[in-house]
Design a protein around this ligand. Structure first.
Ligand SMILES: [Zn+2]
Ligand SMILES: [Zn+2]
Length: 141
C-alpha cells in the first residue's frame, strides 16, 4: 500500500506544512530505517533550507505523538526516529548500530508470569541483536 505524506498528515489531524511534509516524505521514501534528528535534518535541508534544529525536533515530536512515527532510545543514549505505519519489532546491528524493522510472529502471545494483576500492558517491544547482512559481508572478506 502506498501512503501519501499529505494524506497521512490530514488523517492524523496535522496541518500540512512544508516541514512536516519533507520529514514525512523522507520516512516514506526510505521506510525501514531509523535516524537521529540531526541525520533527518541534514537529509531534509536541501529541500527546506534554513530548517532549524528546534523545528526538526518539534516536527518529529508531533509525528511521534500522533503515532505516525516511533522514537527509539538507543543504548548509546540517542533517540532514533522511524515510521510506524504498522506494528513491528527491531533488529539492531552490533557493528554499524543500525536499527532495522522486522516482522515477528507470536509477539501477541508473550506474557509476563509475574506481572501484578492490576498491570495493563499496552505495548511489547522485542529487540534482536546481531550482525546485519552488510556487516556480515565485510566480516567475510
Ligand atoms: Zn551492520
Ligand atoms: Zn521501526
Amino acid at each position: 500500500m502506498s501512503w501519501s505524506a499529505e494524506k497521512l498528515l490530514r488523517e492524523k489531524g496535522l496541518r500540512v506544512t512544508p516541514q512536516r511534509l519533507a520529514v514525512l516524505e523522507l520516512f516514506l521514501s526510505e521506510s525501514g530505517f531509523h535516524w537521529s534528528a540531526d541525520q533527518i535534518r541534514n537529509r531534509v535541508l536541501p529541500g527546506i533550507p534554513g530548517l532549524a534544529r528546534g523545528t526538526t525536533y518539534k516536527v518529529l515530536e508531533e509525528l511521534v505523538n500522533t503515532g505516525i512515527c516511533e522514537e527509539l532510545a538507543t543504548p548509546e543514549g540517542l533517540s532514533l526516529y522511524g515510521i510506524r505505519l504498522k506494528p513491528h519489532q527491531h533488529f539492531v546491528c552490533r557493528n554499524c548500530h543500525r536499527w532495522f524493522d522486522v516482522d515477528v510472529s507470536g509477539v501477541e502471545e508473550l506474557h509476563i508470569s509475574t506481572a501484578s494483576p492490576a498491570a495493563v500492558i499496552d505495548n511489547v517491544a522485542v529487540t534482536f541483536h546481531g550482525l546485519c547482512a552488510d556487516c556480515r559481508k565485510t566480516d567475510d572478506q
